[in-house]
Design a protein around this ligand. Structure first.
Ligand code: MEV
Length: 435
């Protein structure tokens, strides 16, 4: 097996040549990569310098959900998603709830954390006793790094020593809490933690008499149970009737509750239930340049905080009222990262009227709840395939290279029929055979 070194040193054209020579991508397919380059050189440079081994841009469709009313303010919410029917579903739910008072949301906290993981071979009692002195030295060392963040209302808010020696020999954590204002703050947190670890490594009291500190690693935690948003909708039971006339409002509410209860008791259903929430969450996180891997990891851990993986939503039914709520951690930002450099992210933030991080948390949560509400409401009435396959029809037609006339005929034929892949293939074949 030959190992190739120096790929990163090649220019874009050379990298693509290398791929053509060493993969099944042919030359004309490779030149198709040029179709998605930004027409403006400065814009293109933003993309080509954003990552390593860059070869091209990967387009995804962007749409908007209108009528998203959150705490009495109306938003147009940009969604980036590859899945047809996500935006249609969220839009239907947003309009439904806009007519019933909209979404309500509150942010419970915005604290983030990180840890320096290290070993020390002395007596736990000693390090615990001198930790107040050590921690002052560690904090002082971060003063320069935190200065700007402190001016924006953030900074380091707490520092603790955690003794983990009973779980792993000589192992401790320095657990540091941060407020990062409107930034997600990953770089800020990691820079502070690395500074703390470099100072810790050289603390005299811990590195003499045969004792020494060994730093294992210093890194933020993407688990953010103190950076949490709650978002809910509420209406009188009889107002639920507007979604689907097939069920009485009482049956709708009862089945809705049963479906959420199932997600809370069964992992197979819970994962799919939460995936439906993330249809909306990830779409807005992508559009606003946020790290959807971090938020997913955190939310799935949060869904397991009772030592059992559950749905992230809860429903409350009284004799008169239906209340549906989503609670999840969302460590996201509206400044820093790619928010200031990605041209489309900048547009998304403008569409959202330049929210601060707190407001974006609420918008993202409402988008997740909208998608999930629409999914459950469809599942317990018509099933999702009816709506989903309708929206998917254009994808199937594109796959079959249907021309305008064929697409028009298919769209009109399937208006009142269930769409299936084979059904569409047969329909298009028949048109083509008749020619
Ligand atoms: C599809 O993307 C999402 C759903 O499966 C979510 C759910 O089942 O709740 C419809």
């Amino acid at each position: 097996m030959t190992v190739f070194s120096g790929f990163s040193k090649l220019n874009r054209g050379q990298r693509i040549n290398y791929i053509v020579q060493n993969s099944l991508l042919n030359g004309s397919e490779a030149s198709g990569l040029n179709d998605y380059l930004a027409p403006n050189e400065n814009r293109q440079q933003v993309f080509s310098e954003m990552i390593e081994n860059y070869i091209g841009n990967f387009p995804l469709p962007m749409g908007v959900v209108t009528n998203m009313v959150i705490n009495d303010e109306t938003f147009i919410v940009p969604f980036v998603t590859e899945e047809s029917s996500v935006i249609a579903a969220a839009s239907k739910a947003a309009k439904f709830w806009a007519e019933r008072g909209g979404f309500k949301a509150t942010v419970q906290g915005m604290a983030k954390k990180g840890q320096v993981h290290f070993t020390w071979n002395g007596k736990p009692q000693f390090i615990k006793e001198i930790f107040p002195v050590i921690s002052e030295k560690l904090l002082n060392a971060t003063d320069v790094l935190t200065q700007k963040m402190r001016q924006r209302g953030g900074g380091i808010t707490a520092i603790h020593l955690i003794d983990k020696t009973e779980e792993l020999t000589d192992y401790y954590q320095i657990d540091v809490s941060f407020e990062t204002a409107d930034a997600m703050g990953a770089n800020f947190i990691n820079t502070c933690l690395e500074k703390i670890s470099s100072v810790l490594q050289n603390i005299n009291e811990l590195n003499s008499g045969g004792y020494n500190v060994e730093i294992i690693m210093a890194i933020l935690s993407n688990y953010t149970p103190d950076c949490v948003v709650r978002c809910w909708v509420e209406c009188p039971l009889e107002k639920l009737i507007g979604w689907n006339k097939k069920l009485s409002y009482n049956s709708f509410a009862t089945k809705f509750k049963q479906s959420v209860d199932i997600a809370n008791m069964d992992i197979s259903r819970a994962v799919t239930h939460n995936k439906g929430i993330f249809n909306g969450i990830d779409a807005v996180l992508l559009a606003t340049g946020n790290d959807w891997r971090a938020t997913s990891a955190s939310a799935h851990a949060y869904a397991s905080r009772d030592r059992k993986y559950k749905g992230l939503t809860t429903v409350r039914l009284t004799e008169k009222t239906f209340t549906y709520e989503l609670e999840l951690p969302l460590a996201i930002g509206t400044v820093g990262g790619i928010t200031g450099i990605h041209p489309v992210v900048k547009n998304s933030l403008a569409v959202l009227k330049y929210p601060d991080a707190r407001k974006l948390m609420m918008i993202v949560a409402a988008s997740g709840l909208a998608c999930n509400f629409a999914a459950i409401a469809s599942l317990i009435t018509t099933g999702i395939q009816e709506g989903h396959m309708k929206m998917h029809l254009s994808n199937i037609l594109n796959k079959l290279n249907a021309n305008l006339l064929e697409s028009e005929r298919a769209n009109s034929y399937f208006t009142d029929k269930t769409v299936s892949y084979t059904g569409v293939v047969e329909f298009i074949q028949k048109i083509r055979e008749k020619k």
